[in-house]
Ligand binder design. Structure first.
Ligand code: ATP
Ligand code: MG
Length: 494
């Protein structure tokens, strides 16, 4: 990567370090290091105008304000950030006063959303640790007996905020006054070492928020970084803590994981760290006991497909991804119902679909706008073999035809014996181009997938285009901003 030689040169070209002691994974005290503008490779023209406006308004009003987190990390890697986050010394209420188009969100982790058209800049007040007892048992901060943070509104200084963040590479601040980068956690060096390292004691930090385990896998996959041994060590054992996380938050996380453009790598890391079975117990069981089906092949092919589509800047749909992930668990259950209960096929499919989706939403709450298409895509798998006469044309007019054909193709390409059915449909479509219908349906198919993004940026290939969530909003269990919450109907809640 061209960035690296440049990065290495700049990294060791010299920087002002106020104190040279390196941060270790298990120490929370760290040196402050400032990397001046001429010694890092972030081109100031790549900064987001609106995020910069927010920072300037805060600093002009006497507060501190910085760009922080993934945007600094990604710019250092020469990637286009998915979003720009701001950290400030202003309280959420003080910041709210400064921006007309802003709203406070979250109760357990209060934040401010500042809106610029479709773009939302998220402003977070510096957090401090919960070390003091008064910070951990009241309105500001609260932790469960198991160490999970339930409320995180204990405010602090910049230095404290830096050490409350998850990984060192996520804890870099961009100072717009002089375009320097401020680093309290040795994140800049870890960028160079291509390392995901937890700030503080990794076990404690995972217990505080188990989603950090998923984040470790996601960033390692996306950046092609390694997870530092002490940071990786507790994950297998602590992975079951993910069961304590709200399924709605885990659904959003699942999209971030698999629509990041690196789903295949994420999947392998999730398997390595026993994370996959926590989010997808049904598919994990089917992988272990495939009953003659190419279960893992299909899942891998679905991920490869998704990664390829994102590289080509095509849309990807959570419904399709989930339809693929859950297809064989559904089929296995359907087979049982056919054999044991002698149910007719369509009824068995509906029954199995209910059971499998019903089970899945206990881990990741699939919203209805996705679970309905999942059922339709599955039902179409039963209809696609019956294509005689006028039937074929009618099937191509079905709103889910395209996604259903894609799943059929995936099944056959993964090794399921379908007697060349997908080839038949490929040929049929070549001979019968139904452009108008096709385009409309394509649009319809895509519309379901419209992300609830907090902002729209013309993305690049490294970004999940529609994760729809934001982890700050969700950092604590059940923590959901009203904007995202208002129209959410998930299977588990209906
Ligand atoms: P991306 O936006 O590319 O997914 P990101 O690092 O910006 O990655 P966000 O979820 O946008 O991730 O969060 C912004 C920053 O907030 C992170 O970089 C990190 O510093 C902090 N953060 C987010 N979630 C957590 C968490 N669960 N625990 C600790 N810090 C967090
Ligand atoms: Mg971010």
């Amino acid at each position: 990567m061209k960035f690296f030689s440049k990065f290495a040169r700049k990294l060791f070209g010299g920087s002002s370090t106020e104190h040279a002691a390196p941060a270790t994974a298990d120490s929370r005290t760290s040196a402050k290091r400032v990397i001046p503008h001429d010694q890092h490779n972030i081109d100031r023209h790549r900064l987001d105008d609106n995020a910069s406006k927010v920072v300037y308004r805060l600093t002009d009003s006497g507060h501190e304000g910085y760009l922080v987190g993934g945007c600094v990390r990604d710019l250092l890697m020469d990637l286009r950030p998915k979003d720009f986050d701001v950290a400030t010394s202003a309280s959420p209420e003080e910041a709210h006063e400064l921006f007309r188009r802003s709203r406070l969100i979250g109760r357990r982790f209060k934040l401010l959303h500042v809106r610029f058209g479709r773009e939302i800049i998220e402003v977070a007040t510096f957090r401090a640790s919960h070390d003091q007892p008064e910070n951990d048992s009241g309105e500001k901060g609260r932790q469960s007996a198991a160490g999970m943070i339930l409320r995180d509104n204990v405010y602090g200084t910049l230095a404290e905020d830096a050490l409350r963040r998850d990984f060192t590479v996520n804890s870099l601040y961009y100072d717009l006054n002089d375009h320097s980068i401020i680093d309290f956690a040795n994140g800049y060096e870890d960028m160079h070492k291509r390392t995901i390292r937890m700030i503080g004691d990794p076990g404690d930090r995972y217990r505080e928020d188990p989603v950090r385990m998923l984040r470790a896998a996601r960033f390692a996959a996306k950046l092609e970084f390694k997870i530092e041994p002490a940071t990786a060590a507790p994950i297998n054992e602590l992975a079951p803590l993910l069961r304590n996380i709200a399924p709605a938050r885990l659904f959003d996380e699942s999209l971030k994981l698999f629509q990041s453009g690196h789903a295949e790598r994420v999947y392998h890391l999730m398997q390595q760290y026993d994370l996959f079975e926590q989010l997808f117990p049904g598919p994990a069981a089917a992988i272990r006991n495939p009953q003659g089906y190419p279960v893992e092949e299909l899942i891998l092919n679905a991920f490869r497909n998704t990664d390829r589509r994102l590289r080509q800047r095509k849309s990807v749909t959570p419904a399709f991804l989930y339809a693929a992930l859950l297809w064989y668990p559904m089929q296995q259950r359907m087979n049982q119902l056919l054999e044991d209960e002698q149910m007719p096929p369509l009824q068995a499919l509906h029954e199995a679909a209910n059971e499998i989706i019903g089970k899945q939403v206990r881990s990741t709450a699939i919203p209805r706008r996705f679970s309905t298409p999942i059922r339709e895509i599955w039902e179409m798998q039963l209809r696609l073999p019956r294509h005689h006469g006028k039937r074929a044309e009618r099937l191509t007019e079905h709103p889910r035809f395209r996604a259903s054909y894609d799943l059929l193709l995936l099944r056959e390409n993964s090794g399921e014996a379908l007697d060349g059915l997908s080839t038949w449909w490929t040929e049929y479509q070549k001979e019968n181009p139904v452009q108008r219908v096709y385009t409309e349906h394509r649009r319809d198919h895509d519309r379901d997938d419209k992300p609830r993004r907090r902002r729209r940026r013309t993305g690049d290939n490294n970004q999940g285009n529609n994760t729809g969530g934001h982890s700050n909003e969700h950092r604590n269990q059940d923590e959901r901003g009203p904007r995202r919450n208002s129209n959410r109907r998930s299977e588990s809640k209906d």
